[in-house]
Design a protein around this ligand. Structure first.
Ligand code: SF4
Length: 588
């Protein structure tokens, strides 16, 4: 539904009542990331802690959701339990289309439900149900129950948390429609703090598509690029796990808590191995013709001889890096079994895997003992890691509770900060070099997707502080436009700025189509101001010693270059966050 404002559903979980608010700002922030920051500015409480009941949990979509393929993400924004600052997390699945069909640009949840509850919203209904009997249930059982309780498969999107979210772990994710996640920075704990076990969004409305030839022509053009050309082929074929062998080959894969960047054993967990031995099928987010989600299987004997059950488990480069390479588990089926365990707990696998890699090295070095870890963590021992992931999700003792708040928090308490692989949060699966390390450490989401720092490192360039920082700032700006449209970032090769402008015009967003450059620049600054207002100081970020000990494809890390980059990028972020001046009167 084209409208020049945002239609926002605000829900007070304390009373179970909602109201619609029409919010101005479409032409300034577009939607997605921009709308999330705008809403946090209106409803967020920068000075109060993340678990203050009045802090909002925000979900937003973009102006092209439902009109063009791969406009498939929902942006989730919140004050994070990980660092008590503004955070954004993105997920696909069906949530974006469900919100579009329910006719909302955003859903904002405030307050705290009086009992463990599930919220259900649609175009004409809102219902907060007491589900205390689901509290304590793992993510799989919760999903099964919610699917039975709420009808409407196909148009329905189910968001849910597991025990980690209930235990307020800063590594708790929100699972979206089984195979996608709002993974990082603890959105699951925000739901837990709000006593919210699940959210069901029912896309039960409809909307007309634009008339005329232009929209149909553009849709065909975009669709053709995604399906008939090789632009998206790599995502459908092996998917992101193709990176495992590539990064291992160029000495850029973090292995064994980043003690190494290449190892022949990685052969057992490459994308090719997963496809050959474990792949069952591909799946896709709603409205996506690419289908990059790869689903393998785990098989377990449950009784006697020859009695097996199997479960389907999605895999990607990042989960394989975290549960495989970092823990030196190099058998594809063992990695899938670990992913299955982590999923059950409702933990973010990247954070959890990197945390346990640190704990394993800390145990090896005698920094902690099995009194803390309960089980004898050992690189490569998947059976022990399965138990440890459960302890992490359950916060079984003080050690696991603290580790669940972040590896660095545990390291500060027990020792071992030098080898904590933390870049703002637990590292992503790239040890490409200085630009990536700085990009993730200082990036707004501390995500490998904030910028293409990992690809900049792989270009054979001499160290160039100004050139690299300029790249980071410009690349972030381009990505912010896409995330404000809620495009899947895999489509960045298809959705250039001109095509995006044409798409916006074809559905009726004329002003927005002419100002995409100004919008991306404005949203980039708005997000940084929002983050800084909640306490982020880019100059205070430190990069642990382990990242200086690493050898990448170019040889040892250049510590002086890393330090200069960090300083310069921090300065650029502070510049971006300065208040924009109102345009003054033009001089004649
Ligand atoms: S390419 Fe993958 S992540 Fe992106 S929308 Fe399609 S299925 Fe979802």
């Amino acid at each position: 539904m084209i409208r020049d404002h945002f239609r926002v559903l605000l829900v007070d979980l304390g009373t179970g009542r909602g109201r619609i608010e029409n919010l101005e700002g479409r032409d300034a922030v577009a939607g997605g990331s921009g709308l999330a920051a705008l809403l946090f500015g209106k409803y967020g409480l920068p000075e109060r802690p993340w678990d203050d009941p009045e802090q909002p949990l925000i979900f937003t979509i973009g102006p092209l959701t439902g009109y063009f393929p791969l406009m498939s993400k929902t942006v989730c924004a919140f004050k994070s339990p990980y660092h008590d600052q503004y955070a954004e997390s993105h997920a696909g699945g069906r949530s974006a289309l469900a919100l579009r069909f329910a006719d909302y640009d955003a859903l904002v949840l405030q307050g705290r439900a009086p009992t463990p509850s599930c919220l259900s919203v649609g175009s004409r209904h809102l219902d907060l149900k007491d589900v205390h009997y689901l509290w304590g249930m793992d993510l799989f059982k919760t999903g099964k129950m919610l699917r039975r309780m709420y009808k409407g498969a196909g148009h329905r999107s189910i968001l849910r948390i597991g025990p980690a979210g209930e235990n307020l772990s800063a590594m708790a994710c929100i699972n979206v429609d089984t195979y996608r996640h709002f993974g990082r920075l603890g959105s699951g704990a925000v739901m837990g703090a709000k006593n919210l076990k699940g959210i069901v969004i029912l896309g039960d409305g409809s909307f007309p598509l634009p008339e005329g030839k232009e929209y149909a022509r553009l849709f065909q053009e975009v669709y053709r690029k995604m399906t008939d050309t090789d632009m998206m082929e790599k995502y459908h074929n092996y998917g992101t796990p193709i990176n495992m062998a590539i990064l291992n080959g160029i000495h850029a894969l973090p292995i064994r808590n980043l003690q190494k960047t290449s190892d022949p054993d990685i052969e057992g967990i490459t994308g090719e191995t997963f496809a050959r031995d474990t792949l069952l099928r591909n799946a896709a987010c709603a409205g996506c013709p690419v289908g990059c989600i790869h689903i393998g299987f785990v098989r377990e004997r449950f009784m006697g001889e020859n009695r097996y059950l199997y479960r389907q488990v999605s895999y990607d480069h990042e989960p394989i890096f975290a549960a495989g390479a970092m823990l030196h588990v190099t058998n594809a089926f063992s990695v899938l079994a670990l992913l299955d365990t982590v999923e059950r707990e409702g933990l973010d696998i990247m954070s959890a895997g990197v945390a346990l890699a640190w704990a394993t090295e800390a145990l090896e070095k005698g920094v902690i003992t099995t009194q803390e870890t309960i089980v004898p963590l050992r690189f490569g021992d998947d059976a022990v890691y399965r138990v440890a992931f459960h302890h992490l999700g359950a916060a079984s003792n003080e050690f696991y509770r603290l580790l669940g708040q972040g590896t660095m928090k545990a390291a500060r308490h027990y020792g071992g900060a030098d080898f904590a692989c933390v870049l703002g949060q637990e590292m992503a699966g790239y040890a490409t070099g200085e630009v990536f390390f700085v990009s993730q450490a200082l990036g707004l989401r501390h995500s490998h997707l904030d910028t293409g720092g990992y690809s900049y490192d792989q270009k054979d360039k001499e160290p160039d502080v100004n050139g690299a920082v300029q790249f980071l700032v410009q690349d972030e700006r381009a990505r912010v436009l896409l995330t404000s449209m809620v495009s899947c970032l895999f489509a960045r090769g298809v959705y250039g700025e001109d095509i995006l402008a044409d798409c916006l015009r074809s559905v009726g967003y004329k002003v927005l189509s002419e100002t995409t450059g100004a919008v991306s620049s404005h949203v980039q600054k708005l997000r940084w101001r929002t983050r800084l207002r909640t306490g982020f100081d880019p100059r205070s970020v430190s990069i642990p010693k382990r990242f200086l000990e690493v050898e990448t494809w170019r040889g040892p890390i250049d510590g002086a270059y890393l330090a200069a980059l960090k300083e310069a990028y921090a300065g650029a972020i502070l510049d971006l966050a300065r208040e924009e001046r109102e345009p003054g009167p033009q001089k004649g």
